[in-house]
Ligand binder design. Structure first.
Ligand code: GDP
Ligand code: MN
Length: 400
């Protein structure tokens, strides 16, 4: 699960990471009011930032034609204008896909003058099975380019999960980031805070881009997390009710939300062949084989090892709500799963939804004979698949 920038900053602040004073609003009038207060307190520059679960906002474009999901303003009136142009409009960035995301909340914050933009992230390195800190002196909006063209400019520090980030590692990264004088100690403290946020929240990613060196009004240099991205491991969400409360359903695909209510693992894709499978590995293999025979899967769907009849019926209804679906492939290998439960669920769902699309079913394993009998005696037009390849070919053919 992802959360918004302003929520990520709240979490980071709890671990002592310095963030700009930040307020959130959902109307242009409120944006103006916050800006007036910030200006009264001496702010010279105000940042107006679209809150969506995707990066690349700075260089994004609204469907209205308005350029930029992050704007800097000098007056409260300008903040009002920019807020009006963003709220209720759809922002398209490199990370949103062409459909973009509706902006319904903004951060209004005093924007410091930035002297240098750095990059910092903590994530899990799957090849070493350890947390890794990635940092770069070349932070800002083009970090993907930096990683692609000059990978040597990305510093990596592997962390022993049993020990956590050691102070010497934090100082080493701070030094590699070119921090000098006071900023080394400050940077090390910030790194430890960011790592602790990542670790204690069961995050899969905490990314701060840019991490900025800014100058205070007294002329002192200091570090600030100007942007923040945070993803948490869904399997650990139950341990973090505070983070769970940050879930923004408006940012998630509606069918995926519906599926999560039935504990179904569903991810919508762009193809035309829906699949209903038990087991994540088999679901991936099913998607591959559909692709292999020249079509594209409409979704990933794992109904789990012990799905009930109700779950199967719910799964059917969910895949049918996708208008791109032209055919369905059910691929079940009954280990724990009783094939007859699946068959009964399919028959009930097909009758209830009045399915007209081609349906290919391949059943194998536990109680398969009873399952096949249920399908055969249902009076429904169901194409039976022998092997996985046979079933995939049949559904691809039926759709073509
Ligand atoms: P992203 O494009 O979605 O990653 O959004 P960011 O929050 O990173 O903003 C994009 C860019 O806008 C940053 O790299 C900064 O250069 C600039 N920016 C964002 N917030 C501030 C701020 O508070 N002050 C200043 N001076 N610039 C900012
Ligand atoms: Mn950013």
């Amino acid at each position: 699960m992802n959360i918004h920038e302003y929520q990520a900053k709240q979490l980071l602040a709890q671990y002592g990471v310095a963030i700009p004073a930040t307020e959130v609003c959902d109307t242009a009038d409120a944006a103006r009011k916050i800006a007036e207060q910030l200006i009264a307190k001496g702010a010279e520059l105000i940042a107006v930032k679209s809150q969506i679960h995707a990066g690349g906002r700075g260089k994004g474009t609204f469907k209205s034609g308005f350029q930029g999901g992050v704007k800097l303003c000098r007056t409260a009136e300008d903040v009002y204008e920019k807020a009006k142009a963003m709220l209720g409009n759809v922002l398209v960035t490199k990370q949103t896909g062409p459909e973009g995301r509706l902006v319904s909340k903004l951060i209004i914050a005093a924007a410091p003058e930035i002297e240098k933009e750095l990059y910092l992230a903590v994530l899990l390195d799957r090849s070493s099975s350890r947390p890794v800190v990635m940092a770069s002196t070349e932070g800002g909006m083009d970090i993907e380019e930096v990683a692609a063209r000059t990978p040597e400019k990305i510093i990596k520090e592997s962390i022993d999960p049993a020990l956590g980030m050691m102070p010497y590692q934090a100082r080493k990264i701070a030094a590699a980031l070119g921090l000098k004088g006071d900023l080394i100690g400050q940077g090390a403290k910030l790194l430890l805070g960011v790592y602790k946020t990542w670790w204690e929240s069961d995050a899969s990613l905490v990314e701060i881009n840019p991490l900025c060196i800014v100058r205070t009004r007294e002329g002192k240099e200091t570090l600030l997390a100007v942007d923040a991205k945070f993803s948490v491991d869904d399997n650990a969400l139950y341990r973090h009710p505070n983070i769970q409360a940050m879930r923004d359903l408006a940012e998630e695909a509606p069918l995926e939300i519906e599926a999560s209510k039935f504990s179904l693992n569903y991810i919508k894709l762009d193809g035309s062949i829906a699949c209903l499978v038990n087991g994540a590995g088999l679901a991936m293999a099913t998607m591959d084989i559909i692709q292999h025979f020249g079509a594209s899967p409409a979704n990933f769907l794992d109904v789990g090892g012990g799905a009930s009849q109700d779950q199967v019926a719910a799964a059917f209804k969910i895949i049918l709500q996708d208008p791109n679906v032209k055919g369905i492939l059910v691929n079940i290998f009954g280990g724990i799963m009783d094939c007859n439960v699946i068959a009964t669920g399919i028959v009930a769902a097909v009758k209830e939804t009045g399915l007209k699309l081609p349906l290919v079913v391949r059943l194998e394993g536990n109680n398969v004979e009873a399952g096949r009998k249920t399908l055969a005696e249902s009076g429904l037009t169901i194409i039976s698949g022998g092997s996985m390849a046979d079933a995939a070919q049949k559904v691809v053919k039926a759709v073509a």
